[in-house]
Design a protein around this ligand. Structure first.
Ligand SMILES: Nc1ncnc2c1ncn2[C@@H]1O[C@@H]2COP(=O)(O)O[C@H]2[C@H]1O
Ligand SMILES: [Fe+2]
Length: 273
């Protein structure tokens, strides 16, 4: 558990980046986009934005090839932000190496329960089912979530995971969703103060409602998927990050920022990976 010290009346702002899909080689490409360069561009533009925020949340698929060098590339790119980094795994991550590399960095924390001031908690879930693209929350994850929501009922809660809950209206992609979303919902509905759900995985922006909860998904820092297409379809929208402000009154303010100073276009004829 980690405490980010705040004045009680202060909002808590953080930045989410997701799905960089880095490789061992800095030249590695995913569907024609160099993922090292596109992730570095996102981080450079975060730095230039002069946004005042407290930490970075990396929500999975950080590395595509399970390599130690890939996770070191992540550290090399994110370190210049000079902020604490929290993380969860995506379906492509190799957790033994991910944990090993991140544990060697003083600014990357393995904490999954963030208590922020005395009004907000952020609960980071692991929805990875190793070796397959879809997600599932284990009984351990569900019990842990239930326990934290029970124990900190007086806190507003933001729930974070990698996999998606709401249909993208794309059969090829929705088969890779969170398979036991109904079990997650059952737990959330036992409590009053769950205020939002945040995820990655689908490489597109979502700002919607899911069963009455504010649902946010953030575009990847590399290749983008086009919603509403039943066959694999790439988008020409640019890489992005999300700013999230947890307000003292329990509301969440948020904005997706797409890069402005460079353009990364995928090979639109690629059929997948
Ligand atoms: N053409 C495709 N059809 C179905 N699934 C795909 C295709 N291409 C990639 N995927 C999977 O869909 C997943 C969605 O995003 P991920 O980056 O988690 O990893 C992706 C792949 O595992
Ligand atoms: Fe993913």
């Amino acid at each position: 558990m980690v405490e980010c010290i705040n004045r009680d009346d202060e909002q808590i702002r953080f930045i989410q980046i997701t799905d960089p899909h880095l490789f061992k080689e800095k030249t590695g490409e995913l569907l024609g986009i160099n993922t090292y360069n596109s992730f570095r561009q996102v981080v450079n533009e975060i730095q230039q934005s002069e946004t005042d925020y407290q930490f970075v949340l990396a929500t999975g698929d950080l590395v595509q090839d399970s390599s130690e060098e890939g996770y070191l590339n992540f550290c090399h790119i994110i370190h210049p932000l000079g902020k604490p980094v929290y993380w969860i795994p995506g379906n492509h991550d190799f957790q033994p190496v991910m944990r090993k590399v991140f544990a060697q960095q003083s600014y990357i924390y393995a904490d999954k329960h963030l208590l922020l001031g005395d009004k907000w908690q952020v609960l980071l879930l692991d929805s990875q089912v190793y070796g397959v693209p879809h997600g599932e929350l284990s009984q351990y994850q569900l019990d842990w979530l239930d326990e934290k929501l029970q124990e900190y009922q007086e806190y507003y809660s933001l729930i974070v995971l990698h996999h998606h809950l709401l249909s993208t209206n794309s059969v090829w992609l929705d088969q890779h969703n969170l398979r036991n979303a109904h079990e997650l919902l059952h737990i959330l509905q036992k409590y009053e103060n769950v205020r939002g759900i945040l995820h990655g995985h689908i490489h597109q922006q979502v700002d919607a409602q899911w069963n009455g909860y504010q649902l946010m998904c953030t575009p990847a820092t590399g290749v983008q998927f086009k919603p509403d297409n039943n066959v694999f379809t790439l988008d020409t929208l640019q890489p992005a990050w999300r700013e999230i402000s947890l307000m003292p009154d329990g509301t969440i303010e948020t904005q997706v920022h797409r890069i402005q100073q460079a353009k990364f276009l995928p090979n639109m004829h690629e059929l997948g990976y």
